[in-house]
Write a protein that binds this ligand. Structure first.
Ligand SMILES: [Zn+2]
Length: 138
């Protein structure tokens, strides 16, 4: 049996993955008063103003599908048993684009622009990961 790979969790991104285990989406936000840019993926400094003063804040995780694909040939054999599945880029309300699975029937795929919200799926016994599911139209 091939096991699924884990994300590489390090000092910079650890708060994001710890929050997933608590059912929350945490995101970095630049603390510079003139910037306040939301940042994803986690980094050591703001990509807009280069400030190293970043806060972790809880965000909604709600957004809209920017694009998606139905995966039949996964990037890793550990996901083969779960194919086909929907993988999408989701632009969340706070601005950044996150990537993850969309729960649902891949034979009835979503539409670009559909509203989605966060769900947290057990990836390994120790780690939940962020995924998305359709929300009622807003
Ligand atoms: Zn900034």
């Amino acid at each position: 049996m091939v096991t699924k790979p884990l994300p590489r969790i390090d000092a910079v991104n650890a708060p994001f993955f710890a929050a997933c285990n608590q059912g929350k989406v945490l995101m970095q936000r630049c603390a510079a008063p003139e910037c306040r840019h939301f940042i994803y993926y986690p980094r050591v400094c703001c990509p807009v103003c280069h400030s190293g003063d970043l806060d972790w804040v809880e965000v909604s995780g709600r957004g809209r599908i920017k694009t998606f694909t139905v995966v039949h040939r996964p990037h890793h054999d550990g996901f083969m048993a779960e194919t086909p599945y929907i993988f999408a880029a989701v632009e969340i309300e706070e601005g950044p684009v996150l990537y993850g699975r969309i729960e649902g029937d891949p034979s009835r795929p979503p539409k670009i622009g559909d509203a989605v919200g966060p769900v947290f799926v057990q990836h390994t016994p120790e780690q939940k990961l962020l995924a998305f599911r359709a929300e009622a139209a807003r």
